[in-house]
Design a protein around this ligand. Structure first.
Ligand code: ZN
Length: 97
C-alpha cells in the first residue's frame, strides 16, 4: 500500500493517488511503484529470515529495502536485526571462553 502523503511525483511533486500515471502531469510512476514494491518484498523476506534464524541475510535484505525506500518501520526492523546480530555474536563469544 502506497502512503499518498509520503510519495510524490518526481516531476511535479503531486502526491500519488493509486494510479500508475501522475494525475497532475501524466508522468509514469511505474518505476517508483516497482521500487516501493521491491522494498516491501525485501522487508517481508527479512522478517522471514529472522524467524528462521538467518540474521545476517535478514540484515542484508532489510538494509537493501531501506536503500530503496527508507521507512520508519524498515528502520526499526533493521535495528532489531542488528540487535539480534550483536547479541548472537556476544552469546557465541561467551560460549567459546
Ligand atoms: Zn506529476
Amino acid at each position: 500500500m502506497v502512503d499518498t502523503e509520503r510519495y510524490r511525483c518526481p516531476v511535479c511533486k503531486a502526491s500519488f493517488r493509486g494510479a500508475n500515471l501522475c494525475p497532475r502531469c501524466g508522468a509514469t510512476l511505474d518505476p517508483i511503484l516497482r521500487i516501493i514494491a521491491e522494498a516491501s518484498a525485501l522487508r517481508a523476506k527479512a522478517a522471514q529470515l529472522v524467524q528462521s534464524g538467518h540474521f545476517e541475510e535478514a540484515r542484508q535484505a532489510a538494509a537493501r529495502a531501506q536503500r530503496y525506500d527508507a521507512t520508519e518501520t524498515g528502520k526499526n526492523l533493521l535495528l532489531l536485526i542488528q540487535w539480534y546480530l550483536k547479541n548472537t555474536a556476544m552469546d557465541s563469544q561467551t560460549t567459546e571462553i
